[in-house]
Design a protein around this ligand. Structure first.
Ligand SMILES: Cc1cc2nc3c(=O)[nH]c(=O)nc-3n(C[C@H](O)[C@H](O)[C@H](O)COP(=O)(O)OP(=O)(O)OC[C@H]3O[C@@H](n4cnc5c(N)ncnc54)[C@H](O)[C@@H]3O)c2cc1C
Length: 396
């Protein structure tokens, strides 16, 4: 420890969902932290995400669930798979009652900004430093050193790299990692609810699956919008960021010939963002010296189980618990954190990867076998290993 204070000086690089969740859980355990975020305002560019019960339980534990559900939409139907050409329902989860009974919490869909707002409400203002772009992360022995573009240098007792998929902290901890083009890109867009067809305004997480493509939609923002995420061949698109946009016509072209109702939903969308999905193997370690990784910096995953943000939130909860259990030996606490989190997140990376094949099958015998399997499946129970995770149980 280089600090003379009783509690370690904790720096979190990145003020996204993972960084704020970590700061909030640390705060709940009596640790102060400094969150350094390059953006000048804490915001998430327009789109939604599903918050499964494993994440919702943690929001409740932080005391922010009530704030979150003011704008989040409680799902009544989950994983409703539909056939691309006619919307035939292949399978659907009835979440009403069941989700609460099995996992003590509901499943929600929300705008990312609403999730970020809820997490931020559990972090003291003085902890958040905006407009702080980190230019380099280096190690002096086991000591991580952050150099910001405004000239400031920070030498924390503990560094948490929550700086997303292009993480600088990961580069410093692991060295450069390989990312392969997956051949898939994601489009995402919002549709104002008044322009959306009735079927898309239902409180349902609906997935239309077809050859080489699938499209997911659900209502968000107090049901004021329908969020739409579509996956299609990447073509020339290679930018792994929502800063890239696409013309609505490109998205319409991708789904030409699909069920007309779906085409009408797409036609009502605002300008889509486009994100090329890059493929990364699970890492074999996350720690170096006094630094560790969290969220997408540690375990970027394809979004096909809708668990990336949920896992980032779990990471924050487990990390805070490990530090609280071993405050005098933070390096041992970081090791324990990595040991607890790496296997679970690697498994999610792997199963999420597998869905890119199964959801995009061309019509034929394999697709028919898949549809039959989906019709007999019970994902709410089959995904129990995801939804019932309890960080406190894991740590104790
Ligand atoms: C199409 C799609 C759909 C998804 N759907 C879901 C879903 O339904 N449910 C779900 O749970 N997850 C979903 N995810 C995954 C989820 O979005 C991510 O896992 C989650 O946002 C990761 O959070 P993070 O905080 O680790 O990273 P990020 O959200 O990327 O945050 C990183 C932060 O670090 C900051 N930063 C980066 N570099 C620097 C620097 N040098 N200096 C200072 N700050 C820096 C960035 O500005 C950013 O604010 C989806 C992902 C995609 C692509």
């Amino acid at each position: 420890m280089t600090s003379t204070e009783e509690r370690p000086k904790i720096a979190i690089l990145g003020g996204g969902i993972g960084g704020l969740a970590a700061a909030a859980f640390l705060r709940a355990k009596g640790f102060d932290s400094d969150v350094y975020e390059q953006a000048t305002a804490l915001t998430e560019v327009g789109a939604g995400l599903v918050v499964a019960p494993n994440a919702a339980r943690l929001l409740r534990r932080l005391g922010v669930l009530d704030r979150f559900v003011k704008r989040a939409v409680q799902m009544e139907v989950g994983w409703e798979f539909r056939r691309w050409e006619n919307g035939a329902v292949l399978s659907a989860e009835n979440l009403q009652g069941e989700c609460l009974r099995l996992y003590s919490e509901h499943t929600y869909a929300a705008h990312r900004a609403d999730l970020l707002d809820a997490l931020r409400s559990a972090v003291p203002e003085h902890s958040i430093h905006l407009g702080k772009r980190c230019g380099s992360v280096e190690f002096e022995g086991d000591q991580a050193v952050l150099r910001f573009e405004d000239g400031e240098t920070v030498r924390p007792d503990i560094l948490i790299g929550a700086d997303g998929v292009h993480s600088r902290v990961r580069n410093a901890v692991i060295g450069p990692t390989r990312a392969r083009e997956s051949g898939i890109c994601a489009f995402r867009a919002l549709v104002p609810a008044e322009k959306a067809p009735d079927f898309a305004r239902r409180r349902a997480q609906t997935l239309w699956i077809g050859p080489d493509r699938h499209l997911v939609h659900y209502p968000v923002s107090g049901e004021g919008y329908v969020n739409l995420v579509a996956f299609a061949p990447a073509g020339a698109s290679s930018i792994e960021s929502w800063t890239a946009t696409a013309a609505l016509e490109e998205l319409l072209d991708e789904f030409a010939g699909w069920d007309q109702r779906l085409v009408e939903l797409i036609r009502a969308a605002e300008t889509p963002g486009r994100w090329a999905l890059l493929d990364r193997e699970p890492l074999d370690h996350w720690n170096r010296g006094n630094a560790t990784l969290l969220g997408d910096a540690a375990h970027p995953m394809f979004p096909f189980f809708a668990q990336g943000a949920a896992q980032a939130i779990e990471d924050g909860a487990v990390l805070a618990l490990c530090l609280a259990a071993d405050p005098d030996d933070p390096i041992a606490a970081l090791e324990r954190y990595e040991g607890l989190r790496r296997p679970r997140t690697a498994r999610l990376q792997e199963v999420s990867h597998g869905r890119s094949h199964i959801n995009h099958l061309p019509d034929g015998p394999e697709q028919q076998a898949r549809d039959l399997a989906y019709s007999q499946a019970d994902p709410l129970r089959a995904n129990g290993w995801i939804y019932e995770y309890d960080p406190e149980g894991a740590v104790s």
